[in-house]
Design a protein. Structure first.
Length: 241
């Protein structure tokens, strides 16, 4: 059994390796897109006008309140049929502009979903920084924007490392849904192998172990990052908040 298992692993690893690279690229790209969406959204939720706060809150609630698979299918299958294509054509965009390639749709769907969750991580971290620091910065002559950028955000970003590390670990697992739109990620390659060899009871545990190894590695790395950037005094204040 063991020699057969080793031979089988050697046979399938090239395909799984290619899928693993796609999974890691998707995870990194989606986290970056989520960061670019989540951080401004969190700032709008905390410091924006009433209308901005309402719009940012609606975005977060809609994305967090709907299944990720529904979002992926809507972006891949539904955007072109949502009536937006005709509007964009009238504005000068090429016909079929919203017909996305599977990888592009995967990046967008995963990134937008991550953005909503990251927005909440950053919002909690921003609100954990004592409001007195913003007041003190204003008293020293800083503008509100300067105080946010130079006083609040550097501390908030460090506080957000712990929850953000969870998002990094989760994202590796979330990418498995993109196999349903024909993206050859790790799980997509595993599905192809299972369809050829009919060995689900062997293949699924093997793929699960690969995901587990990646998640444990990310968790270990992020724990070291969290310790390195920790601000003891601010951490105590955040825990009390």
């Amino acid at each position: 059994m063991i020699p057969n298992l080793v031979e089988f692993w050697e046979m399938i690893w090239p395909n799984l390796g290619r899928g693993l690279i796609v999974t890691l690229k998707l995870s990194a790209g989606a986290l970056l897109i989520g960061l670019l969406i989540g951080l401004p959204t969190s700032l709008l939720r905390v410091y924006g006008t009433r209308g901005m706060r309402a719009a940012a809150t609606a975005f977060v609630d809609i994305i967090r309140g709907t299944p990720q698979l529904v979002q992926l299918f809507f972006i891949y299958y539904g955007l072109a049929d949502a009536g937006l294509n005709a509007i964009l054509v009238n504005l000068g965009f090429p016909n079929g502009f919203l017909v996305l390639e599977p990888m592009v749709a995967a990046y967008v769907a995963l990134g937008v979903n991550s953005g909503a969750y990251q927005a909440e991580y950053f919002r909690g971290a921003i609100q954990a920084v004592g409001s007195g620091q913003l007041t003190a910065a204003r008293a020293l002559g800083m503008t509100r924007l300067q105080a946010i950028l130079h006083i609040v955000l550097p501390q908030a970003l460090r506080l957000a490392v712990a929850p953000w590390s969870n998002e990094a670990a989760y994202m590796v697992k979330y990418t498995s849904v993109v196999s349903l739109i024909a993206v050859s990620d790790l799980f997509g390659e595993a599905r192809r192998i299972m369809s050829r060899h009919y060995n689900q009871m062997l293949m699924l545990p093997l793929v699960g172990l690969v995901y587990l190894a990646i998640v444990l590695l990310i968790t270990w790395l992020m724990q070291h990052v969290e310790k390195r950037v920790a601000i003891p005094g601010v951490e105590v204040e955040a825990q009390r908040a």
